[in-house]
Write a protein that binds this ligand. Structure first.
Ligand code: 5AD
Ligand code: SF4
Length: 462
Protein backbone atom coordinates (compact mmCIF):
# COMPACT_ATOMS: atom_id res chain seq x y z
CA UNK A 1 0.00 0.00 0.00
CA UNK A 2 1.38 3.42 -0.98
CA UNK A 3 1.09 5.88 1.87
CA UNK A 4 2.86 8.86 0.36
CA UNK A 5 2.13 12.26 1.83
CA UNK A 6 1.70 15.53 -0.01
CA UNK A 7 4.96 17.36 0.93
CA UNK A 8 4.59 19.70 3.90
CA UNK A 9 6.18 22.43 1.74
CA UNK A 10 3.25 22.19 -0.70
CA UNK A 11 0.72 22.56 2.14
CA UNK A 12 2.68 25.59 3.46
CA UNK A 13 2.64 27.08 -0.04
CA UNK A 14 -1.15 26.74 -0.19
CA UNK A 15 -1.49 28.36 3.24
CA UNK A 16 0.69 31.25 2.01
CA UNK A 17 -1.54 31.67 -1.03
CA UNK A 18 -4.54 31.63 1.34
CA UNK A 19 -2.93 34.52 3.23
CA UNK A 20 -2.43 36.38 -0.07
CA UNK A 21 -6.13 35.88 -0.88
CA UNK A 22 -6.92 37.34 2.54
CA UNK A 23 -5.07 40.55 1.54
CA UNK A 24 -7.06 41.08 -1.65
CA UNK A 25 -10.47 39.73 -0.65
CA UNK A 26 -13.01 42.51 -0.02
CA UNK A 27 -14.17 42.50 3.63
CA UNK A 28 -17.24 40.51 4.64
CA UNK A 29 -17.15 37.96 1.78
CA UNK A 30 -18.86 34.69 2.73
CA UNK A 31 -18.58 31.03 1.67
CA UNK A 32 -21.14 28.26 1.66
CA UNK A 33 -20.40 24.57 1.07
CA UNK A 34 -23.09 22.14 -0.05
CA UNK A 35 -22.00 18.62 0.89
CA UNK A 36 -23.59 15.66 -0.86
CA UNK A 37 -22.87 11.99 -0.15
CA UNK A 38 -21.07 10.23 2.66
CA UNK A 39 -19.16 11.09 5.85
CA UNK A 40 -15.88 11.22 3.92
CA UNK A 41 -17.25 14.20 2.00
CA UNK A 42 -18.49 15.76 5.24
CA UNK A 43 -14.97 15.51 6.64
CA UNK A 44 -13.43 16.88 3.41
CA UNK A 45 -15.82 19.85 3.60
CA UNK A 46 -14.57 20.60 7.12
CA UNK A 47 -11.04 21.00 5.74
CA UNK A 48 -12.30 23.09 2.83
CA UNK A 49 -14.13 25.33 5.32
CA UNK A 50 -10.84 25.65 7.24
CA UNK A 51 -9.10 26.81 4.06
CA UNK A 52 -11.88 29.29 3.14
CA UNK A 53 -11.72 30.83 6.61
CA UNK A 54 -7.95 31.11 6.36
CA UNK A 55 -8.56 33.03 3.10
CA UNK A 56 -10.74 35.48 5.02
CA UNK A 57 -14.17 34.23 4.02
CA UNK A 58 -16.87 34.14 6.69
CA UNK A 59 -19.42 31.34 6.90
CA UNK A 60 -22.79 31.91 5.18
CA UNK A 61 -25.71 29.85 6.44
CA UNK A 62 -27.51 29.92 3.08
CA UNK A 63 -26.49 29.87 -0.55
CA UNK A 64 -28.32 33.16 -1.18
CA UNK A 65 -26.14 34.89 1.43
CA UNK A 66 -22.84 33.58 0.01
CA UNK A 67 -20.21 35.13 -2.26
CA UNK A 68 -18.58 31.76 -2.92
CA UNK A 69 -20.54 28.51 -3.21
CA UNK A 70 -18.81 25.15 -3.42
CA UNK A 71 -20.58 21.90 -4.29
CA UNK A 72 -18.84 18.86 -2.83
CA UNK A 73 -20.39 16.18 -5.03
CA UNK A 74 -21.06 12.43 -4.79
CA UNK A 75 -21.36 9.97 -7.67
CA UNK A 76 -22.18 6.68 -5.98
CA UNK A 77 -25.68 6.61 -7.51
CA UNK A 78 -27.24 8.48 -10.42
CA UNK A 79 -29.73 10.40 -8.28
CA UNK A 80 -26.86 11.95 -6.27
CA UNK A 81 -25.40 13.21 -9.54
CA UNK A 82 -28.69 14.58 -10.83
CA UNK A 83 -29.15 16.45 -7.57
CA UNK A 84 -25.73 18.08 -7.89
CA UNK A 85 -26.29 19.04 -11.53
CA UNK A 86 -29.76 20.48 -10.88
CA UNK A 87 -28.36 22.56 -8.03
CA UNK A 88 -25.40 23.89 -9.96
CA UNK A 89 -27.58 24.94 -12.89
CA UNK A 90 -29.82 26.84 -10.46
CA UNK A 91 -26.78 28.88 -9.38
CA UNK A 92 -26.63 30.46 -12.81
CA UNK A 93 -29.68 32.54 -11.86
CA UNK A 94 -28.06 33.60 -8.60
CA UNK A 95 -24.98 34.79 -10.47
CA UNK A 96 -27.13 37.06 -12.64
CA UNK A 97 -28.15 38.96 -9.48
CA UNK A 98 -24.68 38.74 -7.88
CA UNK A 99 -22.04 38.83 -10.66
CA UNK A 100 -19.06 38.55 -8.30
CA UNK A 101 -20.38 35.19 -6.98
CA UNK A 102 -17.72 32.47 -7.26
CA UNK A 103 -19.14 29.06 -8.15
CA UNK A 104 -16.98 26.00 -7.55
CA UNK A 105 -17.52 22.26 -7.91
CA UNK A 106 -15.45 19.49 -6.34
CA UNK A 107 -15.84 15.98 -4.97
CA UNK A 108 -16.16 12.47 -6.36
CA UNK A 109 -18.30 13.30 -9.38
CA UNK A 110 -15.50 15.50 -10.74
CA UNK A 111 -13.14 12.49 -10.72
CA UNK A 112 -15.32 10.65 -13.26
CA UNK A 113 -13.73 10.42 -16.67
CA UNK A 114 -14.50 13.47 -18.81
CA UNK A 115 -16.98 14.95 -16.29
CA UNK A 116 -15.01 18.06 -15.26
CA UNK A 117 -14.10 18.89 -18.88
CA UNK A 118 -17.73 18.59 -19.97
CA UNK A 119 -19.07 20.70 -17.11
CA UNK A 120 -16.56 23.52 -17.43
CA UNK A 121 -17.32 23.82 -21.16
CA UNK A 122 -21.06 23.45 -20.82
CA UNK A 123 -21.49 25.81 -17.86
CA UNK A 124 -19.35 28.94 -18.31
CA UNK A 125 -20.69 30.36 -15.03
CA UNK A 126 -18.68 27.77 -13.05
CA UNK A 127 -15.46 29.48 -11.89
CA UNK A 128 -13.42 26.49 -10.84
CA UNK A 129 -13.55 22.72 -10.68
CA UNK A 130 -11.25 20.48 -8.68
CA UNK A 131 -11.08 16.77 -7.91
CA UNK A 132 -10.86 14.87 -4.63
CA UNK A 133 -7.07 14.40 -4.82
CA UNK A 134 -6.18 18.08 -5.08
CA UNK A 135 -8.81 19.91 -3.04
CA UNK A 136 -6.04 21.12 -0.69
CA UNK A 137 -5.15 23.47 -3.58
CA UNK A 138 -8.37 25.46 -3.18
CA UNK A 139 -6.45 28.62 -2.11
CA UNK A 140 -4.60 28.54 -5.46
CA UNK A 141 -7.85 28.11 -7.42
CA UNK A 142 -9.56 30.99 -5.60
CA UNK A 143 -6.48 33.17 -6.11
CA UNK A 144 -6.52 32.48 -9.88
CA UNK A 145 -10.22 33.29 -10.13
CA UNK A 146 -9.78 36.57 -8.22
CA UNK A 147 -6.62 37.80 -9.92
CA UNK A 148 -6.99 36.49 -13.46
CA UNK A 149 -10.78 36.40 -13.68
CA UNK A 150 -10.80 33.19 -15.68
CA UNK A 151 -12.24 29.71 -15.32
CA UNK A 152 -9.85 27.15 -13.93
CA UNK A 153 -9.99 23.41 -13.48
CA UNK A 154 -7.64 20.68 -12.35
CA UNK A 155 -8.53 17.07 -11.73
CA UNK A 156 -5.70 14.63 -11.07
CA UNK A 157 -6.00 11.17 -12.47
CA UNK A 158 -3.74 9.58 -9.85
CA UNK A 159 -4.22 7.41 -6.82
CA UNK A 160 -3.89 10.41 -4.57
CA UNK A 161 -1.71 10.99 -1.58
CA UNK A 162 -2.34 11.50 2.10
CA UNK A 163 -2.81 15.15 3.02
CA UNK A 164 -1.81 16.31 6.50
CA UNK A 165 -1.72 19.69 8.18
CA UNK A 166 -4.83 21.38 6.77
CA UNK A 167 -6.83 23.69 9.00
CA UNK A 168 -10.44 22.55 9.64
CA UNK A 169 -13.69 24.05 10.81
CA UNK A 170 -15.37 21.14 12.57
CA UNK A 171 -19.14 20.78 12.52
CA UNK A 172 -19.26 19.84 16.20
CA UNK A 173 -16.98 20.48 19.18
CA UNK A 174 -17.85 17.25 21.00
CA UNK A 175 -18.10 14.66 18.20
CA UNK A 176 -15.50 14.46 15.45
CA UNK A 177 -14.79 12.50 12.29
CA UNK A 178 -11.18 11.37 11.91
CA UNK A 179 -9.97 9.92 8.60
CA UNK A 180 -7.72 6.93 8.98
CA UNK A 181 -7.49 5.76 5.38
CA UNK A 182 -8.60 6.80 1.91
CA UNK A 183 -9.57 4.95 -1.25
CA UNK A 184 -10.63 1.38 -1.89
CA UNK A 185 -9.04 -1.67 -3.54
CA UNK A 186 -12.08 -3.91 -3.56
CA UNK A 187 -13.72 -3.19 -6.89
CA UNK A 188 -17.17 -4.44 -5.98
CA UNK A 189 -18.62 -4.76 -9.45
CA UNK A 190 -21.33 -2.10 -9.00
CA UNK A 191 -19.19 0.51 -7.27
CA UNK A 192 -17.53 3.59 -8.72
CA UNK A 193 -15.63 4.52 -5.54
CA UNK A 194 -12.31 2.80 -6.41
CA UNK A 195 -12.28 4.71 -9.71
CA UNK A 196 -12.88 8.13 -8.18
CA UNK A 197 -11.15 7.84 -4.80
CA UNK A 198 -8.17 5.77 -5.95
CA UNK A 199 -6.28 2.94 -4.25
CA UNK A 200 -6.13 2.41 -0.50
CA UNK A 201 -3.70 4.53 1.46
CA UNK A 202 -3.52 4.92 5.23
CA UNK A 203 -2.51 7.78 7.47
CA UNK A 204 0.29 6.99 9.89
CA UNK A 205 -0.71 5.90 13.35
CA UNK A 206 1.25 8.84 14.75
CA UNK A 207 -0.68 11.42 12.70
CA UNK A 208 -4.02 9.84 13.69
CA UNK A 209 -3.22 9.62 17.40
CA UNK A 210 -1.90 13.23 17.38
CA UNK A 211 -5.12 14.47 15.82
CA UNK A 212 -7.24 12.54 18.32
CA UNK A 213 -5.16 13.84 21.23
CA UNK A 214 -5.70 17.41 20.07
CA UNK A 215 -9.44 16.79 19.72
CA UNK A 216 -9.57 15.18 23.14
CA UNK A 217 -7.73 18.15 24.69
CA UNK A 218 -10.30 20.42 23.06
CA UNK A 219 -13.12 18.51 24.79
CA UNK A 220 -14.22 16.07 22.06
CA UNK A 221 -16.07 13.07 23.54
CA UNK A 222 -16.86 10.97 20.50
CA UNK A 223 -14.54 9.98 17.66
CA UNK A 224 -15.76 8.33 14.46
CA UNK A 225 -12.89 6.83 12.46
CA UNK A 226 -13.52 7.05 8.74
CA UNK A 227 -12.40 5.12 5.70
CA UNK A 228 -14.01 3.36 2.73
CA UNK A 229 -12.80 0.13 4.22
CA UNK A 230 -11.36 0.75 7.71
CA UNK A 231 -10.59 -2.93 8.29
CA UNK A 232 -7.79 -2.84 5.77
CA UNK A 233 -6.08 0.05 7.59
CA UNK A 234 -2.32 -0.41 7.45
CA UNK A 235 -0.40 2.49 8.95
CA UNK A 236 3.24 1.58 9.22
CA UNK A 237 2.68 -2.01 10.29
CA UNK A 238 -0.19 -1.33 12.71
CA UNK A 239 -3.52 -2.89 11.80
CA UNK A 240 -7.00 -1.57 12.55
CA UNK A 241 -7.55 -3.55 15.76
CA UNK A 242 -4.16 -2.30 17.13
CA UNK A 243 -5.17 1.25 16.30
CA UNK A 244 -8.50 0.85 18.11
CA UNK A 245 -6.72 -0.49 21.21
CA UNK A 246 -4.43 2.54 21.32
CA UNK A 247 -7.34 4.97 20.96
CA UNK A 248 -9.25 3.08 23.65
CA UNK A 249 -6.32 3.53 26.03
CA UNK A 250 -6.47 7.31 25.51
CA UNK A 251 -9.80 7.29 27.31
CA UNK A 252 -11.97 8.87 24.59
CA UNK A 253 -15.53 8.42 25.86
CA UNK A 254 -17.01 7.00 22.65
CA UNK A 255 -15.27 5.36 19.69
CA UNK A 256 -17.11 4.50 16.48
CA UNK A 257 -15.94 3.74 12.95
CA UNK A 258 -17.17 3.18 9.44
CA UNK A 259 -17.25 1.49 6.94
CA UNK A 260 -16.26 -2.16 7.34
CA UNK A 261 -16.04 -4.80 4.66
CA UNK A 262 -17.17 -8.23 5.97
CA UNK A 263 -14.34 -10.00 4.14
CA UNK A 264 -11.75 -8.12 6.23
CA UNK A 265 -13.44 -8.28 9.62
CA UNK A 266 -10.73 -9.95 11.67
CA UNK A 267 -10.98 -12.14 14.78
CA UNK A 268 -8.95 -9.44 16.51
CA UNK A 269 -11.60 -6.86 15.71
CA UNK A 270 -14.39 -9.13 16.94
CA UNK A 271 -12.39 -9.57 20.13
CA UNK A 272 -12.05 -5.77 20.41
CA UNK A 273 -15.83 -5.59 20.79
CA UNK A 274 -15.54 -7.77 23.86
CA UNK A 275 -12.52 -6.11 25.39
CA UNK A 276 -12.42 -2.38 24.59
CA UNK A 277 -14.15 -0.17 27.09
CA UNK A 278 -14.85 2.80 24.85
CA UNK A 279 -15.74 1.04 21.60
CA UNK A 280 -19.49 1.59 21.17
CA UNK A 281 -21.72 -1.48 20.64
CA UNK A 282 -22.64 -0.60 17.07
CA UNK A 283 -21.27 -1.83 13.76
CA UNK A 284 -22.20 -0.80 10.25
CA UNK A 285 -21.55 -3.95 8.21
CA UNK A 286 -22.82 -3.62 4.63
CA UNK A 287 -24.13 -6.96 3.36
CA UNK A 288 -25.44 -5.69 -0.03
CA UNK A 289 -27.31 -8.96 -0.80
CA UNK A 290 -28.33 -12.21 0.87
CA UNK A 291 -27.82 -14.57 -2.06
CA UNK A 292 -24.49 -16.25 -2.85
CA UNK A 293 -24.77 -16.00 -6.62
CA UNK A 294 -25.48 -12.26 -6.42
CA UNK A 295 -22.72 -11.74 -3.84
CA UNK A 296 -20.29 -13.46 -6.15
CA UNK A 297 -21.38 -11.37 -9.15
CA UNK A 298 -20.98 -8.29 -6.93
CA UNK A 299 -17.39 -9.47 -6.23
CA UNK A 300 -17.98 -9.25 -2.47
CA UNK A 301 -15.69 -12.25 -1.66
CA UNK A 302 -17.89 -13.63 1.16
CA UNK A 303 -20.87 -15.95 1.24
CA UNK A 304 -24.16 -15.60 3.06
CA UNK A 305 -23.00 -18.27 5.50
CA UNK A 306 -19.71 -16.48 6.21
CA UNK A 307 -21.58 -13.22 6.84
CA UNK A 308 -24.08 -14.88 9.21
CA UNK A 309 -21.19 -16.53 11.03
CA UNK A 310 -19.55 -13.11 11.54
CA UNK A 311 -22.82 -11.80 12.94
CA UNK A 312 -23.15 -14.62 15.43
CA UNK A 313 -19.52 -14.25 16.55
CA UNK A 314 -19.96 -10.49 16.96
CA UNK A 315 -23.07 -11.06 19.06
CA UNK A 316 -21.26 -13.63 21.18
CA UNK A 317 -18.46 -11.10 21.82
CA UNK A 318 -20.84 -8.22 22.50
CA UNK A 319 -24.45 -9.33 23.11
CA UNK A 320 -25.83 -5.76 23.07
CA UNK A 321 -24.28 -4.89 19.69
CA UNK A 322 -26.56 -3.13 17.20
CA UNK A 323 -25.91 -3.85 13.53
CA UNK A 324 -26.76 -1.65 10.59
CA UNK A 325 -26.22 -2.36 6.91
CA UNK A 326 -26.43 -1.29 3.26
CA UNK A 327 -28.45 -3.35 0.79
CA UNK A 328 -28.68 -3.03 -2.98
CA UNK A 329 -31.92 -4.23 -4.55
CA UNK A 330 -32.19 -5.16 -8.22
CA UNK A 331 -28.57 -5.92 -9.05
CA UNK A 332 -28.50 -6.86 -12.78
CA UNK A 333 -30.35 -10.11 -13.31
CA UNK A 334 -31.44 -10.53 -9.67
CA UNK A 335 -34.35 -12.99 -9.66
CA UNK A 336 -37.27 -12.86 -7.29
CA UNK A 337 -35.97 -15.96 -5.48
CA UNK A 338 -32.56 -14.33 -5.06
CA UNK A 339 -34.23 -11.23 -3.66
CA UNK A 340 -36.15 -13.46 -1.22
CA UNK A 341 -32.75 -14.55 0.12
CA UNK A 342 -31.98 -10.92 0.95
CA UNK A 343 -35.30 -10.64 2.81
CA UNK A 344 -34.63 -13.84 4.73
CA UNK A 345 -31.12 -12.66 5.66
CA UNK A 346 -32.51 -9.35 6.95
CA UNK A 347 -34.97 -11.36 9.07
CA UNK A 348 -32.21 -13.57 10.45
CA UNK A 349 -29.79 -10.76 11.29
CA UNK A 350 -32.41 -8.32 12.63
CA UNK A 351 -30.59 -5.10 11.80
CA UNK A 352 -31.24 -1.97 13.83
CA UNK A 353 -31.49 -0.15 10.50
CA UNK A 354 -30.78 -0.81 6.83
CA UNK A 355 -29.91 1.72 4.13
CA UNK A 356 -31.54 0.37 1.01
CA UNK A 357 -30.79 1.37 -2.57
CA UNK A 358 -32.05 0.40 -5.99
CA UNK A 359 -29.07 -0.61 -8.11
CA UNK A 360 -27.85 2.30 -10.22
CA UNK A 361 -25.56 1.51 -13.17
CA UNK A 362 -22.28 3.49 -12.99
CA UNK A 363 -20.33 3.96 -16.22
CA UNK A 364 -16.95 2.22 -16.16
CA UNK A 365 -17.90 -0.42 -13.57
CA UNK A 366 -18.17 -4.13 -14.45
CA UNK A 367 -21.82 -4.47 -13.48
CA UNK A 368 -22.84 -1.63 -15.82
CA UNK A 369 -22.11 -4.01 -18.73
CA UNK A 370 -24.36 -6.82 -17.44
CA UNK A 371 -27.77 -7.44 -19.00
CA UNK A 372 -30.56 -6.29 -16.69
CA UNK A 373 -33.98 -7.60 -17.66
CA UNK A 374 -35.73 -6.70 -14.38
CA UNK A 375 -38.03 -3.71 -14.74
CA UNK A 376 -37.80 -0.65 -12.53
CA UNK A 377 -41.39 -1.29 -11.37
CA UNK A 378 -40.37 -4.72 -10.12
CA UNK A 379 -37.29 -3.31 -8.38
CA UNK A 380 -39.38 -0.60 -6.74
CA UNK A 381 -41.83 -3.23 -5.48
CA UNK A 382 -38.93 -5.30 -4.08
CA UNK A 383 -37.32 -2.40 -2.27
CA UNK A 384 -40.67 -1.48 -0.74
CA UNK A 385 -41.05 -5.01 0.64
CA UNK A 386 -37.57 -4.76 2.14
CA UNK A 387 -38.25 -1.31 3.64
CA UNK A 388 -41.54 -2.59 5.18
CA UNK A 389 -39.81 -5.64 6.66
CA UNK A 390 -36.95 -3.53 8.05
CA UNK A 391 -39.38 -1.00 9.51
CA UNK A 392 -41.13 -3.72 11.49
CA UNK A 393 -37.79 -5.09 12.77
CA UNK A 394 -36.55 -1.57 13.68
CA UNK A 395 -39.79 -0.93 15.60
CA UNK A 396 -39.43 -4.21 17.53
CA UNK A 397 -35.80 -3.45 18.44
CA UNK A 398 -36.68 0.07 19.58
CA UNK A 399 -39.49 -1.34 21.77
CA UNK A 400 -36.95 -3.68 23.38
CA UNK A 401 -35.07 -0.58 24.62
CA UNK A 402 -38.04 0.70 26.67
CA UNK A 403 -37.37 0.50 30.42
CA UNK A 404 -33.56 0.64 30.05
CA UNK A 405 -31.54 3.53 31.46
CA UNK A 406 -28.83 4.46 28.97
CA UNK A 407 -26.06 7.07 28.72
CA UNK A 408 -26.94 9.54 25.98
CA UNK A 409 -24.49 12.03 24.46
CA UNK A 410 -26.70 15.08 23.86
CA UNK A 411 -26.16 16.43 20.35
CA UNK A 412 -29.17 18.52 19.37
CA UNK A 413 -32.00 20.78 20.41
CA UNK A 414 -35.40 20.72 18.75
CA UNK A 415 -35.83 23.52 16.19
CA UNK A 416 -39.45 23.98 17.28
CA UNK A 417 -39.13 23.78 21.07
CA UNK A 418 -35.90 24.70 22.87
CA UNK A 419 -36.84 22.66 25.95
CA UNK A 420 -36.55 19.44 23.92
CA UNK A 421 -33.12 17.94 23.34
CA UNK A 422 -31.81 14.75 21.77
CA UNK A 423 -28.80 12.50 21.45
CA UNK A 424 -27.58 8.98 20.82
CA UNK A 425 -27.36 5.89 22.99
CA UNK A 426 -24.18 3.77 22.81
CA UNK A 427 -25.94 1.60 20.20
CA UNK A 428 -26.60 4.76 18.15
CA UNK A 429 -30.35 4.93 18.71
CA UNK A 430 -31.65 8.50 18.68
CA UNK A 431 -33.51 9.53 21.87
CA UNK A 432 -35.52 12.73 22.44
CA UNK A 433 -36.31 14.08 25.89
CA UNK A 434 -36.97 17.26 27.87
CA UNK A 435 -33.89 19.12 29.08
CA UNK A 436 -31.97 22.37 28.87
CA UNK A 437 -29.99 23.02 25.69
CA UNK A 438 -26.82 23.69 27.67
CA UNK A 439 -26.55 19.92 28.07
CA UNK A 440 -25.43 19.71 24.42
CA UNK A 441 -22.05 17.97 24.37
CA UNK A 442 -22.65 16.32 27.75
CA UNK A 443 -23.56 12.72 28.54
CA UNK A 444 -26.66 12.17 30.66
CA UNK A 445 -28.47 9.05 31.84
CA UNK A 446 -31.86 8.67 30.20
CA UNK A 447 -34.65 6.26 31.07
CA UNK A 448 -36.25 5.10 27.82
CA UNK A 449 -40.01 5.52 28.20
CA UNK A 450 -41.42 4.83 24.72
CA UNK A 451 -40.48 3.97 21.15
CA UNK A 452 -41.52 5.72 17.95
CA UNK A 453 -41.00 4.61 14.36
CA UNK A 454 -37.29 5.40 14.20
CA UNK A 455 -36.50 7.17 17.48
CA UNK A 456 -36.93 6.69 21.20
CA UNK A 457 -38.40 8.96 23.86
CA UNK A 458 -37.10 9.19 27.39
CA UNK A 459 -36.55 11.20 30.51
CA UNK A 460 -33.37 12.28 32.26
CA UNK A 461 -32.66 10.37 35.47
CA UNK A 462 -30.82 12.29 38.13
N1 5AD B 1 -26.10 1.37 -7.04
C1 5AD B 1 -26.78 1.37 -5.87
N2 5AD B 1 -26.19 1.45 -4.69
C2 5AD B 1 -24.86 1.54 -4.65
N3 5AD B 1 -23.99 1.62 -3.62
C3 5AD B 1 -22.74 1.70 -4.10
N4 5AD B 1 -22.77 1.67 -5.46
C4 5AD B 1 -24.08 1.56 -5.81
C5 5AD B 1 -24.75 1.48 -7.06
N5 5AD B 1 -24.09 1.45 -8.21
C6 5AD B 1 -24.42 1.57 -2.22
C7 5AD B 1 -23.79 0.38 -1.49
C8 5AD B 1 -22.76 1.03 -0.60
C9 5AD B 1 -23.43 2.36 -0.31
C10 5AD B 1 -22.52 3.42 0.21
O1 5AD B 1 -23.98 2.75 -1.54
O2 5AD B 1 -24.80 -0.25 -0.73
O3 5AD B 1 -22.51 0.29 0.57
FE1 SF4 C 1 -17.39 0.47 -3.16
FE2 SF4 C 1 -17.04 -2.09 -2.40
FE3 SF4 C 1 -15.06 -0.27 -2.00
FE4 SF4 C 1 -17.33 -0.14 -0.53
S1 SF4 C 1 -15.84 -1.84 -0.52
S2 SF4 C 1 -16.27 1.61 -1.57
S3 SF4 C 1 -18.89 -0.81 -2.00
S4 SF4 C 1 -15.83 -0.97 -3.99
Amino acid sequence: MKNEKVPASEISRQLEIADQVRQILPAGRKYHIVTLGCQMNVRDSESLAGLFERMGFLKAETREDADLILYNTCCVRENAENKALGNVIWLKELKKIKPHLIIAVGGCMMQEEGMAETLIKQYPFIDFIMGTHNSYKVPEFVHTVLTEERQTFEVLNIDGMVVEGLPAVRNSNFSAFVNIMYGCNNFCSYCIVPYVRGRERSRTEEDILDEIKRLQDAGVKEITLLGQNVNSYMGGGANFANLLCKIDQMGIERIRFMTSHPKDLSDELIHAYASLKHLMPHLHLPVQAGNDEILSRMNRIYSREKYLDLVSRLRKARPDIGLTTDIIVGFPGETNAQFEDTLSLAKLVRYDAAYTFIYSPRAGTKAAKLPDPVTIEEKTERIQRLIDLQQSITSEILLEQVGKTLPVLVDSVSARDESKIGGKTPRAHMVNFDGPKDLIGRTVNVLITSAGKNTLRGEIVK
